[in-house]
Design a protein around this ligand. Sequence first.
Ligand code: G6P
Ligand code: ZN
Length: 539
Amino acid sequence: MTRTVETTPYDDQKPGTSGLRKKVRVFEQPNYAENFVQAVFDAVDGKAGATLVIGGDGRYLNRSVIQRAIRMAAANGFGRVLVGQGGILSTPAASNLIRTRGAIGGLVLSASHNPGGPDEDFGIKYNIANGGPAPEKVTEAIHARTRTIDRYLTTDDADVDLDAVGETMVGGMPVEVVDPVAAYADLMERLFDFAAIRAAGLSIRFDAMSAVTGPYAREILVNRLGFAADSIMNGEPLEDFGGHHPDPNLVHARALYDAMMAPDAPDFGAASDGDGDRNLIIGRGRFVTPSDSLAMLAANAHLAPGYAAGLKGIARSMPTSAAADRVADALGIAAYETPTGWKFFGNLLDAGMATICGEESAGTGSDHVREKDGLWAVLLWLNILAATGKSVDAIARDHWARFGRNYYARHDYEGVAQEGADALVAGLRARLAQLPGTTVAGLTVETADDFAYHDPTDGSVSERQGIRILFAGGSRVVFRLSGTGTSGATLRVYLERYEPAGGDLDGDTTERLADIVAAAEELAGIRRHTGRDRPDVIT
Ligand code: G6P
Ligand code: ZN
């Protein structure tokens, strides 16, 4: 029986870069999750009889919100719900399931790389029928609905047994609990040469960070590719990720980094985040920045069966280094520069204009799904290592020798006061027009703007996507406020210096970026506005 429950709006349910992310305590307020899920359902046209995918990264609240969302889906007239066994679906696996099962969309329950547990973060993201994150016009409609919502629909059915694969009925609607790994693993096996990877005799270490990729890594890396079972660290998904921060960067995946810099390091190391869409790549003795990884994967992708026909185009987010653009140039294909957020790649992928996409925030992926995909990046790297017989370090050096090197770092100032962050950005904006031609910390400003994106597929415009200041010679600093934080503001400063082929390609990143760091401070007054004298995180 469908039941209508009266509710009142919350005024803080505006989705950010990647869905609604809040502290668990916020989500635990009466009807908080229900309001948002109902707002999503109210914004979805054509839901009657349609299939909906539901799954998450296994963090605290995952199972409880899934049970509530299933009852609400039944009451709202969906025709079928597919849910991952144990409530588990990595973000790329959810994207694949939406696409291959012809679903109208999916609820992905995750706060990505943010910590989990009763005092940490939770999130709800809605993906559309192409398998990708909802575009802005959909998230705006959802947000508008959260402001007026006065009821939600549910049923009185009991909880579904999420641990047993099979079908049950909820409010007259079939709910199918599916193996979260199998279809995704099959897709990977079609894209990559598993036999060649098996035959290459590589040693690896993969850190699943006690998050969603554990079961995926076990099936693909151990069962199908034959790597030793102890190649996987932290392979069991835990509700609190073992108290760790499941963010695969040099700070939170430090143990992996240290292991990969040791003399007895395996050939290849990698990690993925809470929901399995990010990746960190470290070869023996060689960390690869996400921007470089995108460029190197694009340059070598044709070595994998799924990309043997070549790439249609390469897309990167604006703060990502320009390394990938040089590859696109050499391949004679288009390079696209989009705002931060995977959702902006969706249209380019759907239109067949781009094949590979990537972001400095450790996301890489392709047109095989509509999300970034951590294990996909790992497997493409392994396929390239197997096909070339080279080490990660040799691939990187060869790449730089051919294309030049984009030294790159991101400085994050976390949890700063919103007013200070806003004042910093406003101060920069006000001066943009006067900057070209001036010299800052010895660097000449060539252009300065607030990035605006004109989507070539639908003509939509997204403004104020980050302030970029380009210096003579291809160096650059970008300032942007994070759209994914859950407390205060996070200032991101992206630093990049281009060194052409034949130049100093083996320098120290910190040294090579020192003058750009100085220019960033002089331009933006970071200390003055944030009260900080150094970043919290450098990646
Ligand atoms: C999420 C999105 C990414 C995006 C990142 C940026 O992970 O899926 O596409 O790059 O957020 O986060 P930020 O905190 O910089 O807004
Ligand atoms: Zn993620």
